[in-house]
Design a protein around this ligand. Structure first.
Ligand SMILES: C[S@@+](CC[C@H](N)C(=O)[O-])C[C@H]1O[C@@H](n2cnc3c(N)ncnc32)[C@H](O)[C@@H]1O
Length: 217
């Protein structure tokens, strides 16, 4: 079953784990591929809405994987089994992703593979709060959109504010689409700056511009 570049990047990081939980699974394409390729031995495909749950269920049946993939109607990581060691949460806003990982017991999760569509800083902050550290980070493009991927393993590591905001690995490696996103934000701020009338907002924009310049220097 063919999947997008975005999902295949998430999929790669599940390899070698035992049981995957895909939260907000929608069509269940990710767990179907992870099990079919032998990356994990079994999976839970979890969604909190009836429509996606039914689609996920019928796809799992279609590929005759119902003995290996359990389709669950559930909220976040609330219903994961105790032998789940790897969790994917992809295609949602960073605020929702961070709420989900903060909320319930992490049980025996060793790895989170998180692909927030925005606000990746909130996700990094939440990971730090629950005692996970960033093992890998990517900024990539798919279908003309730029996405973040954050792979986090259990074990606490201290991060400074800049690392939480931009990502510790992004700051070191400065990947192409990371730079491109910062250049876009810089251009946008420079365009609006002359039209700003309030002093406080002007100061805010100028200090953000300085920060962005330092980050990609
Ligand atoms: C935009 S889809 C993303 C589907 C897939 N993960 C992907 O990356 O293509 C988001 C899915 O997350 C589900 N969802 C949203 N909040 C959820 C929650 N708290 N728990 C479980 N599923 C949730 C939605 O019902 C929807 O099916």
């Amino acid at each position: 079953m063919k999947i997008s570049k975005r999902l295949s990047i998430c999929l790669k990081y599940t390899e070698g784990f035992n049981k995957l939980a895909d939260i907000g699974t929608d069509h269940a394409l990710l767990p179907i591929n992870a099990v079919t390729l032998g990356y994990v031995s079994s999976a839970q495909a979890i969604d909190n809405k009836q429509g996606p749950f039914v689609i996920a269920y019928s796809n799992v049946l279609k590929y005759e994987l119902n003995n290996k993939i359990e389709v669950v109607l559930g909220d976040g990581i609330n219903k994961i089994d105790s032998d789940v060691d790897c969790v994917v949460i992809s295609g949602m806003g960073g605020s929702l992703v961070s709420d989900i990982i903060l909320k319930d017991d992490k049980q025996n999760i060793k790895r989170f593979i998180l692909q927030p569509n925005n606000d990746s800083n909130l996700v990094r902050k939440a990971l730090s709060d629950i005692g996970f550290h960033i093992a890998d980070e990517l900024v990539f493009s798919d279908n003309n959109k730029i996405y973040d991927l954050i792979v986090a393993d259990s074990g606490f590591k201290q991060y400074n504010d800049l690392e939480i905001e931009f990502g510790p690995i992004n700051l070191k490696e400065k990947p192409h689409f990371f730079i491109q996103r910062i250049e876009k934000e810089t251009a946008k701020l420079k365009k609006v700056l002359p039209h700003i009338t309030t002093e406080s907002r002007k100061t805010e924009i100028i200090s953000r511009l300085k920060l962005l310049e330092e980050v990609i220097r």
